[in-house]
Design a protein around this ligand. Structure first.
Ligand code: ZN
Ligand code: ZN
Ligand code: ZN
Length: 258
């Protein structure tokens, strides 16, 4: 079995925590686990590197975690907090002297092609822009020997994707999981799951909803992500049932391998 290592680059919501101008206890906390950059992950599978999304904190996240190799980007959806660091993919294109492949559904890739067309052109000698190619996915596929499985989700009215790699899955920004996608989530060892805040919200899971979905999916370990400053790490950790925990930036989880 291949070794799959997830590095939680960011577990914050679109505002990040602390939120600009906020004086709440979470935003003023000294606990580093309450400082959350925008939601993203790096997945290393036996040396092949995948980014899940390219949020606006990508550069800082990559420097913090020593990420230097990106073979492909697995997009969930085109909201700004998941996409707008796309220009910082330039560094990874330059390091490999070639294009990086972007995988996503048609909805997301159409959005990227219309907003960031300059990033989809051939490389120039100065590598002054990212050099990206797009591949629409509708089911499991292979990239450099690694099986990747998109998991269709609903994020309000938007058709978004979660991603399963080996026995781990990343499900951010969702309000509902279609029945057919539940079949793709059997036997998970680790699940990263959307959990916005205590109050309900039309396009995300509240804490209560996240705990219900976590129980239904039944992963051995569920890590909550995409949290606002409403959620203080220690308090939420104390409210979670066994097998469920809040995530924090920099958390690493390894599955399989030696
Ligand atoms: Zn988001
Ligand atoms: Zn706050
Ligand atoms: Zn979103």
């Amino acid at each position: 079995m291949k070794s799959v290592e997830f590095t939680l680059l960011g577990c914050g919501s679109s505002s990040g925590t602390p939120a600009i101008g906020c004086e709440c206890a979470t935003c003023r906390s000294d606990d580093a686990r309450n400082r959350r950059t925008r939601a993203s992950a790096y997945v290393d599978v036996d040396g092949v590197g995948f980014l899940i999304d390219s949020g606006p904190d990508l550069r800082a996240q990559a420097l913090r975690e020593g990420v230097t190799r990106v073979d492909a980007v697995l997009y969930t959806h085109p909201h700004a907090d998941h996409l707008n660091g796309i220009d910082d993919l330039r560094a990874f294109c330059y390091l490999r002297r070639g294009p990086v492949t972007l995988y996503g559904n048609a909805f997301t890739l159409d959005n990227i092609r219309s907003r960031f067309s300059y990033a989809l052109m051939a490389a120039s000698p100065s590598w002054d822009k990212p050099v990206l190619t797009t591949e629409t996915v509708t089911g499991s596929f292979m990239h450099e020997g690694v099986e990747l499985t998109p998991v269709p989700l609903l994020h309000g009215k938007w058709p978004c994707l979660g991603w399963r790699i080996g026995d781990a899955a990343w499900l951010t920004d969702l309000s509902s999981i279609p029945d057919a996608s539940m079949d793709l989530l059997r036997g998970l060892k680790v699940l990263f799951l959307d959990c916005l805040r205590y109050d309900s919200y039309p396009s995300h899971l509240s804490v209560a909803e996240a705990l219900e979905w976590a129980a239904r999916i039944g992963a051995e370990r569920t890590v909550l992500i995409h949290m606002t400053h409403d959620l203080e790490y220690s308090r939420l950790a104390g409210e979670c049932p066994p097998g469920v925990e809040p995530g924090y930036d920099g958390l690493r989880v390894r599955i399989g391998g030696r």
